[in-house]
Design a protein around this ligand. Structure first.
Ligand SMILES: *Cc1c(COP(=O)(O)O)cnc(C)c1O
Length: 322
């Protein structure tokens, strides 16, 4: 059997690399949320992370391990937004040139922020072009090193530091719940638990409209789908990563779903009760804690990663105001 892409030690090493670079985001609780779910919920507020999402963890962990030659050449990635910003900031912090390939219809705020960190932004059509192919072509043409948003061991290990931190902050958990796009966050966090909280199970939550991850774990192979139409724009990936999938399988991770309506309810709850702006994708775990998808969680200690808060204010208002 080929070894898994990452181990607990990789996540622990990533945490040392990220010390002083990422914020140690708060772990928040809410009596009302506990009453609604029947569990004791600990929210890891990565919506308050630098760049507004957990993605700086993986991006920085990856670029920090570039060879001197790779650093001199620069980094390239594709992203619907948050990973692009994370690569841009991480590259700036490490003095490396960054090119970010982004869908033409990405949120204006995300585009502007990425350029604000000094990265060059190139557009592509997310419904017509395969981002992986676009990325490979630009990388070869310009001598840049690709760092994809999720399917890379250093990215996965970096994202797992969110779980390490949460366990340090609140102690043992019974369950850790994260959103799922390509599964970088989920696979990293599940791996972190193997060393930090071995009795804690990991569950991923993906949009109901794009449950390729759930299907993949059921079938025992990576299932590819068309780009799903959902308000969870940071989880519109079409398939789990090939480094990601074996980790989820080996660690017995489950994936459940939440609908767009449930995401809107969760966003409203976060704003009204917890005074937090969480983007639709960032609410996947919250929605699952409230919609019953996690199963019977009464009495359990459950960690929930609020993965990001990057949503245009006008869009936020239209989503929660209706
Ligand atoms: C990228 C992202 C996700 C999904 O992460 P994966 O590692 O692709 O599964 C979830 N939420 C937010 C806010 C993100 O930016």
């Amino acid at each position: 059997m080929t070894p898994l892409a990452i181990t607990y030690d990789d996540v622990a090493a990533a945490q040392r690399r990220l010390a002083g670079i990422v914020h140690r985001t708060p772990a928040l609780t809410s009596r009302t949320a506990d009453a609604m779910s029947g569990a004791r919920l600990y929210f890891k507020a990565e919506n308050q992370q630098r760049i507004g999402a957990f993605k700086l963890r993986g991006a920085y962990n990856a670029i920090a391990q570039f060879t001197p030659q790779q650093r001199a050449g620069g980094v390239v990635t594709f992203s619907s937004g948050n990973h692009g910003q994370a690569i841009a900031l991480a590259a700036q912090l490490l003095g490396v040139k960054a090119v970010v390939v982004m869908p033409h219809d990405a949120a204006a705020m995300k585009r502007a922020a990425t350029q604000g960190y000094g990265a060059e932004v190139l557009g592509y059509d997310r419904y017509a072009q395969d981002p992986e192919q676009v990325l490979q072509r630009i990388a070869e043409e310009r001598g840049l090193t690709p760092v994809p948003p999720f399917d890379h061991p250093h990215v996965m290990a970096g994202q797992g530091t969110a779980a390490l931190e949460l366990i340090e902050q609140v102690g043992e958990l019974d369950l850790l719940v994260t959103p799922v796009g390509g599964g970088g966050l989920l696979s990293g966090c599940a791996t972190a638990l193997t060393g930090a909280a071995p009795r804690c199970a990991a569950i991923g939550v993906e949009p109901e409209a794009g449950n390729d991850g759930q299907q993949s774990l059921q079938r025992g192979e990576i299932v590819r789908i068309e780009t799903p139409k959902t308000i969870a724009d940071a989880a519109q990936s079409r398939n789990l990563g090939r480094h990601v999938f074996p980790v989820l399988q080996a660690l017995g991770v489950r994936i459940v779903t939440a609908s767009d309506e449930q995401l809107i309810e969760a966003m409203k709850f976060m704003a009204a009760r917890m005074k937090l702006i969480v983007e639709p994708t960032g609410c996947l775990g919250v929605a699952a804690a409230f919609n019953g998808a996690l199963g019977d969680i009464r009495g359990l200690r459950v960690g929930i990663v609020l993965s990001g808060g990057n949503v245009d204010l006008a869009r936020f208002a239209s989503l929660v105001g209706g």
